[in-house]
Write a new protein. Structure first.
Ligand SMILES: Nc1ncnc2c1ncn2[C@@H]1O[C@H](COP(=O)(O)OP(=O)(O)OP(=O)(O)O)[C@@H](O)[C@H]1O
Ligand SMILES: [Mg+2]
Length: 353
């Protein structure tokens, strides 16, 4: 008969997925201790969550996985609920968000890729700053960063202090952090899951974001590891979901919204991007991806529709040039939509916190 070892138990725990995600509890670093005494096994896990059903589900599955391991006579799983993200009750700084000196953290997310998250995030941070608030932007799209490009900061490297604090890049008075400033244009970010988790945590924890009213997080599409790492690392004041009016995007927006609901993060609203196109030659309005989808979905999710952003050449060009349109042309029609989204969010955050 084979001897029961810690690594056998770890292998078994690798079959336990974090509820709602594809990643297992071992690779997320939740396992803190394993004690073996003959066939009796004690496993200690640490989970950061404010949703009580998550540790319950993990405990059930982990106990089941360990107790069915050959050679185990009894299995006990203890879960320490560490740093439960409190969704922003209180007034200031790190006690609230988990990031020193940051009052509010808002994630800009979507289910489907390419719907305009980064464009919305870049203009939202610029709009908040236009309103006299201190805002910063963290590009959490580790594999496909675009924020450094949208702010013309691909050549700028963040600096580190002697105590290993990373100083963010600053463009137009906005603090930024993006993998795009750490890689050259042609190098893909070849990182395995746990490295991505570490990079995300470093971007949030090791960067000096102090002095911000708002830290906006530009997320990669979907509901994967990075999203889970974020909700485990910081207490979000809320999330903004970006979609296009198209059905495929709306379905994925619903999934993204369900993911935030599962971890008790309020969805502050929906932004419908690429809503319509007004032809400059004849002023006619074209609804290229359909119409009314964002409004319907917002009503279904019972969240506000924060804005309908048109397909706008100046918005795309400004992003490509390295300056968000809200900074380049604050008086344009599209900029006024982004400013209105920022105002609504500012009010919504005041309500939920
Ligand atoms: N309202 C808009 N008008 C014109 N072009 C836009 C608009 N919104 C986004 N784009 C363009 O569409 C492309 C995709 O936008 P963006 O990179 O913001 O999407 P994303 O959701 O962040 O994508 P990913 O999922 O890859 O991170 C970009 O080239 C951007 O310039
Ligand atoms: Mg993006």
């Amino acid at each position: 008969m084979s001897v029961l070892t810690e690594s056998t138990i770890i292998d078994r725990l690798k079959s336990v997925k974090f509820p709602g995600y594809s990643r297992d509890i071992v690779s997320f670093g939740l396992v803190k201790e394993i004690k073996l005494s003959g066939g009796d096994v004690l496993v200690r896990l640490a989970v950061a969550t404010s949703n009580p059903s998550i540790p319950e589900a993990i405990k059930r599955e982990a106990e089941n996985a360990v107790s069915t391991t050959p050679g185990v006579s009894s299995a006990r799983v203890i879960i320490d609920i560490s740093n439960p993200p409190d969704t922003g009750k209180g007034t200031a700084g790190s006690a609230v968000t988990g990031i020193a000196g940051v009052k509010h953290v808002i994630a800009v997310a979507s289910g489907k890729g390419g719907v305009g998250k980064s464009t919305v995030a870049a203009n939202l941070v610029a709009a908040l700053q236009q309103r006299g608030l201190n805002a910063g932007l963290c590009d959490c799209d580790i594999y496909g960063p675009s924020i450094s490009l949208m702010f013309g900061a691909t050549q700028e490297q963040p600096m580190a202090t002697s105590d290993n604090t990373i100083l963010p890049i600053e463009r137009y008075g906005i603090k930024l952090m993006s993998m795009g400033s750490l890689l050259d244009d042609s190098s893909p970010a070849i990182l395995r899951g746990p490295m991505v988790t570490r990079a995300t945590q470093q971007f949030l924890r090791q960067v000096d974001w102090s002095g911000l009213d708002y830290l906006i997080l530009d997320l990669p599409p979907g509901t994967g590891d990075i999203q889970l790492t974020i909700v485990q690392t910081v207490a979000l004041s809320g999330a903004v979901i970006v979609t296009t009016p198209q059905e495929v995007a709306l379905i994925d927006a619903r999934k993204a919204s369900a993911m935030f609901a599962k971890v008790n993060v309020p969805v502050l609203g929906l932004v419908e991007n690429m809503s319509f196109f007004v032809s400059p030659s004849d002023g006619k309005r074209y609804e290229i991806f359909g119409s009314g989808g964002g409004k319907r979905e917002a009503a279904r999710l019972r969240v506000p529709l924060l804005g309908e952003v048109p397909i706008d050449v100046a918005t795309r060009e400004a992003g490509d040039r390295g300056m968000p349109v809200v900074l380049e042309d604050p008086k344009s029609a599209v900029s006024s939509i982004f400013l209105s989204i920022a105002d609504q969010l500012h009010r919504a955050v005041a309500r939920v916190t």
